[in-house]
Design a protein around this ligand. Structure first.
Ligand code: SAH
Length: 457
């Protein structure tokens, strides 16, 4: 049957896609329907058709899925942050586990994936230690803050995000009240005018320390002492800063940060390791799950104390320091020079001496070091961004021939592509463990143990 735009159809949702959208068939024609969950029967309006599939908008839930739950957040459907809030948490975990398995089968070419059960959270809300709120004006000229609607820069007004810590709301109330009192204008993206762009809040779950950073299209903020005085009374407030970003575009933070009150960072822990976190630092957003993820990486690295480990894409050295206590030596490589500085300082802070960090692209530094034949790796750990590892890097890893590769991934599709490459290079996947670092969203982390085939040893 031919379908056309605006046609309304009834569809039973049988599967879910990578962005958390429902997938079902109408007369054999596959439809992708946002906000529908597996098990729902829905009415949907067709918005766009391609040759053998189309996109439709959910208009009515005819029979709700037994896995459907009432989202805790009233803005869950509009907001671009949470794609899975209407799906019960155990089914969210099953969805993520399946996604990882399917990608490793279809893209990675694996027949049987040695999966461990996904590690979920007991309380899958209020887990984020970092929030970045855009600040703008609504149609009536009132100051609003919240999150962007999916794929847009339209702010959905909401000061109460359930993924963040409750302190965020108090801080937003104080800052917005101050802006209203002194008629301080939010930034207008379209015109490039106005002062206040974003409010960044970071929280140390273990230390209880709070960092507030106002991101400005200007150098100063009216009556900042008064605002700092009010904010500093909040329990745990440790750092109040201004960041200057006069550039247009989507990058949130500018280069210059000015301290207003307190110290220029907060401290937090992963197990007994201490980390200093400044506005710019990369730090995993879900520290509770990060601890479990690093513990899994350590388990998969299977260290005896004699190994040389390369930790590629090492950020501020978190995994490197975690592994260093069980290895002979860890070498970290990271592209952002500031992160490498932080990594070195974190090593000092924790008294870890058997680590060395290099600034540069992993796919350039490793081949360089490898060429002279002066480096050796027993275990290689990679934790790349979503786009996965560069081929040149994987080639070098295969050439170096470590016993094990521990792959920490935040995108199972690129993980599977890289796994295929390593399998062709004489490695095999031994274990896979997904970890839910991002409940309510369709993202997941995954740790994979990859061993050199015994025939190649
Ligand atoms: N392992 C760290 C960071 C992981 S995020 C942690 O768990 O905290 C990925 C990191 O890779 C980021 O810090 C990013 O700056 C870095 N990165 C991105 N491309 C890179 C490249 N080509 N070479 C080295 N590092 C890179």
């Amino acid at each position: 049957m031919e379908f056309c735009k605006n046609q309304v159809v009834a569809v039973t949702i049988e599967d879910m896609g990578k962005d958390g959208e429902g997938i079902g068939k109408a007369d054999g024609f596959t439809l992708f329907i946002k906000d529908a969950v597996i098990g729902d029967t829905v009415q949907a309006r067709i918005m766009k058709t391609k040759n053998n599939y189309g996109y439709a908008r959910l208009t009515e839930i005819l029979t709700p899925s037994s896995h459907r739950v009432e989202p805790r957040c009233p803005f869950a459907r509009q907001c671009g942050g949470c794609q899975l809030q209407a799906l019960a948490y155990p089914q969210q975990l099953a969805f993520k586990e399946n996604m990882v398995r399917r990608n490793l089968e279809h893209i990675g070419g694996m027949q049987e994936v040695p999966m461990e059960p996904i590690i979920g959270m007991e309380e899958p809300f209020h887990y984020r230690n970092k929030a970045q709120f855009p600040i703008g004006l609504d149609k009536n000229g009132c100051i609003v803050t919240g999150f962007y609607a999916g794929r847009t820069h339209q702010i959905i007004p909401n000061r109460e995000c359930y993924l963040g810590v409750p302190q965020n709301r108090q801080i937003l109330d104080i800052v917005i009240h101050h802006m209203e009192k002194y008629h301080i204008a939010p930034y207008d993206e379209a015109r490039g005018k106005g002062l206040v762009r974003h409010l960044l809040i970071r929280y140390g779950f273990r230390t209880g320390e709070l960092l507030v950073c106002l991101i400005l299209n200007g150098k100063s903020f009216p009556h900042i002492e008064e605002l700092a005085e009010t904010l500093s009374r909040l329990p745990g407030m440790a750092s109040i800063m201004l960041n200057i970003n006069k550039r247009r575009g989507n990058t949130i933070l500018g280069e210059q940060t000015v301290l207003v009150w307190g110290k220029p960072y907060i401290t937090d822990y992963i197990q007994d390791l201490q980390f200093r976190i400044s506005p710019q630092s990369f730090f995993q957003v879900n520290p509770q799950q990060t601890e479990k993820m690093y513990a899994k990486a350590l388990e998969y690295a299977n260290l005896t104390g004699k190994e040389t480990v390369w930790d590629l894409y090492c950020g501020i050295g978190t995994i490197s320091l975690f592994l260093a206590r069980a290895a002979k030596k860890v070498c970290g490589v990271e592209i952002v020079p500031q992160a490498v500085k932080d990594a070195k300082r974190n090593a000092e802070l924790n008294g870890v001496k058997n680590v060395e960090f290099f600034a540069g692209k992993a796919e350039e530094i490793l081949p360089e070091k490898c060429q002279g034949g002066q480096v050796h790796a027993d275990v290689v750990v990679v934790d790349p961004p979503r786009k996965g590892c560069d081929k040149k890097l994987l080639d070098t890893v295969v050439r170096m021939g470590p016993q094990r590769v521990v792959y920490v991934s935040c995108d199972s599709a690129t993980l599977a592509r890289d796994v295929k490459y390593l399998r062709e290079g004489g490695y095999e996947v031994e274990k896979v463990c997904p970890i839910d670092n991002f409940p309510m969203t369709c993202h997941t982390e995954c740790v994979v143990s990859i061993q050199k085939n015994s025939a190649n040893i």
